[in-house]
Design a protein around this ligand. Structure first.
Ligand SMILES: [Fe+2]
Length: 310
């Protein structure tokens, strides 16, 4: 029997995601002018953007030679939990990329970093700088926060095992043996993994405060001449609304709302068959087109070691 070690931390939320993009300036303009995020910081080749919620930023864009994941950032409650996570990572035999300490980056905070089995950079943070919530339930049809990130994986069982055993996440549902939806709080999923030929970013979803905001957001994009790659519709797993678009760099972004709320002790994981009526509950979206599937497949992500130590 392998020695059992507890998960490294109790993750509270998905704070933000960093994306490496071939079109940083154009994408920063898109996420600000069209998508509805607001820049909090900008420097040559990088932009940090926030939603209307209390997170300092939800998206970091960085100019790069190819599209890739920069990092995924989870919150823990306290710096002491970051320190404890470092000890537990060691017990799991996982090397730290960044030792626990004050983070010299936009938004500050106290954190650490490590890599997952497919070379994704994971950051845990506490004590990040506060910003004033910008009327999260207000009238403008703009995102409140990050809803989830879907990541393509070449080995769904290995990554699910890692994110559940090491990071303490729970599998909320499976879509056959093709997708796994993982939660760390009451949201049905903050991460989903999709079995694919290679690891890459599938898409990033942003939460709208209501279905009305969701539809008005789609309307605003239409006024900018941008129509959904897929949607609007409502997914079976998670019961959330969806509408997918491509950003100027070709990365897929999604507006979503009304994601199912999980009661931890009552939830039972299900396996959803991949039928049209279960994937698209309203029957409005139809099957995903070749175009959206190509965008969601992305390009093979070489992992953080390809650029972190460069
Ligand atoms: Fe999604």
């Amino acid at each position: 029997m392998p020695e059992h070690h507890p998960p490294i931390a109790r993750l509270r939320s998905l704070r933000s995601v960093a994306l490496r993009t071939t079109h940083c300036a154009e994408s920063a303009e898109f996420y600000h002018e069209v998508w509805g995020l607001r820049p909090v910081e900008q420097e040559h080749g990088a932009t940090w953007l926030r939603g209307t919620g209390p997170e300092h930023h939800v998206l970091q864009l960085q100019q790069a030679a190819q599209n890739a994941l920069g990092k995924i950032v989870f919150s823990v409650a306290t710096p002491a939990e970051v320190d404890e996570a470092a000890r537990r990572l060691d017990a799991h035999g996982i090397a730290l990329v960044t030792e626990p300490g004050k983070l010299d980056q936009v938004g500050g905070g106290y954190g650490l970093r490590f890599g997952d089995p497919e070379g994704r950079l994971v950051e845990l943070t506490a004590d990040v700088e506060a910003v004033v919530p910008d009327d999260p339930d207000g009238h403008p049809a703009v995102p409140r926060k990050l809803a989830h990130v879907v990541l393509n994986t070449a080995d769904i069982d290995t990554v699910c095992e890692f994110y559940t055993r090491v990071l303490g996440m729970r599998v909320s549902d499976w879509s056959e043996h093709q997708m796994a939806f993982l939660r760390c709080n009451s949201d049905h999923h903050v991460i989903a993994f999709n079995q694919a030929p290679f690891p890459s970013v599938n898409h990033v979803a942003y939460e709208m405060p209501s279905i009305d905001h969701f539809m008005r957001g789609i309307g605003r994009l239409r006024h900018h001449g941008i129509t959904p790659l897929w949607g609007p519709g409502r997914h079976g797993p998670g019961n959330n609304t969806f509408s997918y678009f491509a950003d100027p760099g070709g990365l897929v972004c999604e507006y979503t709302s009304e994601v199912e709320q999980v009661v931890e002790d009552a939830w039972l994981c299900r396996v959803w068959r991949r039928t049209p009526e279960l994937s698209d509950l309203w029957g409005t979206a139809g099957p995903p087109s070749k175009d959206v599937r190509t965008h969601m497949a992305g390009v093979p992500d070489p992992g953080y070691t390809a650029w972190w130590y460069g």
